[in-house]
Design a protein around this ligand. Structure first.
Ligand SMILES: Cc1cc2nc3c(=O)[nH]c(=O)nc-3n(C[C@H](O)[C@H](O)[C@H](O)COP(=O)(O)OP(=O)(O)OC[C@H]3O[C@@H](n4cnc5c(N)ncnc54)[C@H](O)[C@@H]3O)c2cc1C
Length: 377
């Protein structure tokens, strides 16, 4: 903004979802933050949202955990089950609606925070600040973090760009009797959907009478899946009722530039923190929050966040390309991972924390043809 010599805020966070609220909370714990603006049109509501991820150490989300497991199973189209025990990590499910309500309350009550329940229209780079337009008002911040959900890449409508939409629909089911085995979570069950898309369900059994059954479908445009067949399979002949539901969509796109100007950093989904091949994001968003804080402390700016390793970016692109071309074939790829590679390597691969030896193990386990065809396409 030429001619302006004052900056309204130290930090502006656009979007108070998972990445925005975690960052706001972390910044408020950082010395020297005096003025923080958080803008989001949606008040923190109590819609049920459950996120699952792998954890090897305590995180801020632990206090909202509804369950955790070290035994996971995958189920193929014919109903054949394979299970594995995690050594280094636990699979954790958190109630994001509870976490969101508490974090939102904590952030909004802090005297350094200005909270605006409106939509941001535009974010751009000024001369010495980042600028955020909300209606007729322009706010300026030394650093702006943008977590508005990304749009479809240019060209996607003409079928040129690589993208998939991951659509989720889940139900919380309560059984009349104690019929649910809580020792093992179902990570991928391909037996309950026989359509042409890549579709599966996962089950988070949090108590002997309570579980979340989530159906997921990946396709070029949002196609909502149905979790009821999987719930019926889980509960057999027992009586059950649906006590809550949750749904949403995530766009899977290749990773993108994070720095969007001299003062603007894209975070969360917008900052490519959703793994393009698998849709997992929570572990990456937690790690990113720490890196931004560390970068601010050590470099005086938020941009010293490590880029994703080049081999991960390439692998994600090939995987996404294979998904868009022959989604149903990838069912075998996901199953091969669990039957032919060490499970700890697989989970590190799925959430983006894999090292070279994990990736080598994963590549050896995968059926090569869909990926070779995607590479040559
Ligand atoms: C149903 C569902 C289930 C998922 N499950 C998992 C899971 O189990 N494990 C996992 O690792 N990942 C999961 N993901 C992926 C990922 O963790 C989530 O999408 C996560 O919410 C991403 O965080 P975010 O901050 O980028 O986006 P969000 O949490 O969606 O936050 C974006 C915020 O931006 C706000 N906003 C939008 N437009 C504007 C605007 N114009 N101005 C200001 N604010 C705006 C929105 O209101 C929202 O609050 C799931 C995604 C969905 C949709």
């Amino acid at each position: 903004m030429p001619g302006r010599d004052t900056v309204d805020f130290d930090h502006i966070i656009v979007g108070a979802g998972l990445s925005g609220l975690l960052l706001a909370d972390s910044l408020l714990d950082t010395q020297g933050v005096r003025r923080l603006l958080v803008v989001d049109p949606r008040p923190a509501d109590d819609r049920s949202v459950t996120y699952a991820y792998w954890s090897t150490r305590p995180t801020i989300l632990d206090r909202w955990a509804v369950g955790s497991w070290n035994r996971l199973k995958v189920v193929d189209r014919r109903g054949q089950e394979t299970s594995a025990t995690l050594n280094a990590a636990r699979y954790v499910a958190v109630s994001w609606n509870r976490a969101r309500a508490e974090l939102f309350g904590k952030v909004s009550q802090d005297s350094r925070v200005t909270l605006l329940q409106q939509a941001v229209d535009l974010v751009w780079d000024g001369t010495d600040c980042g600028c955020v337009r909300v209606g007729d008002t322009v706010f300026t911040g030394r650093w702006v973090y943008d977590s508005r959900p990304p749009r479809l890449p240019v060209g996607a409508a003409r079928g040129r760009a690589t993208h998939m939409v991951q659509a989720f629909r889940g139900i919380w089911v309560r059984a009349a009797g104690q019929v649910i085995d809580t020792r093992c979570a179902t990570l991928l069950d391909f037996s309950t959907d026989d359509g042409p898309d890549l579709a599966f369900t996962y089950v988070l059994p949090v108590a002997s009478q309570l579980a979340m059954v989530m159906a997921v479908r990946m396709s070029a445009s949002p196609q909502m899946p149905d979790p009821v067949p999987a719930a019926t399979r889980l509960l057999g002949s027992a009586d059950w009722t649906e006590v809550a539901e949750e749904s949403g969509t995530t766009l899977l796109i290749p990773s993108r530039r994070r720095r969007q100007g001299r003062h603007i950093l894209a975070i969360g989904r917008r900052g490519g923190r959703v793994r393009a091949s698998t849709g997992y994001a929570v572990t990456r968003i937690l790690a990113d929050t720490e890196r931004i804080r560390h970068s601010l402390r050590t470099c005086g700016h938020p941009f010293a966040v490590e880029p994703d390793p080049w081999w991960q970016v390439i692998l994600d692109r090939i995987w996404l390309q294979a998904l868009t071309r022959e989604a149903a074939e990838l069912e075998e790829a996901f199953l091969s991972l669990f039957t032919r590679a060490p499970v700890d390597s697989v989970v590190r691969f799925l959430d983006g924390g894999a090292g070279r030896s994990d990736v080598a193990a994963v590549i050896r386990a995968l059926p090569p043809l869909p990926f070779l065809r995607a590479l040559l396409a």
